[in-house]
Design a protein around this ligand. Structure first.
Ligand SMILES: [Zn+2]
Length: 81
């Protein structure tokens, strides 16, 4: 399993829709790959911030944060491949 696979699985992992076998592989990789742990944390934080921004859309600076974060994650991913 590669870091790219982990990135592809991430949404399903977070939604809890991975099969037991897929999740075992995913978590085994997380156990040996700090980069993917950091990526998972960024992903979860982005989701949390997106929800927060939705609730506080009257703060323009808050509404801008998630998009910047997503760009940063995409850039980081490009650099690692
Ligand atoms: Zn990895």
């Amino acid at each position: 399993v590669t870091c790219q696979d982990i990135a592809d699985f991430l949404g399903s992992y977070h939604d809890g829709t991975l099969s037991e076998a897929q999740r075992a592989v995913f978590e085994e990789h997380l156990g040996v790959c700090p980069d993917c742990i950091a990526y998972l944390h960024s992903y979860e934080m982005t989701i949390k911030l997106s929800k927060t921004a939705g609730a506080k859309a009257y703060h323009p600076q808050c509404a801008n944060a998630p998009e910047d974060l997503i760009r940063a994650i995409i850039d980081a991913r490009k650099r690692s491949t």
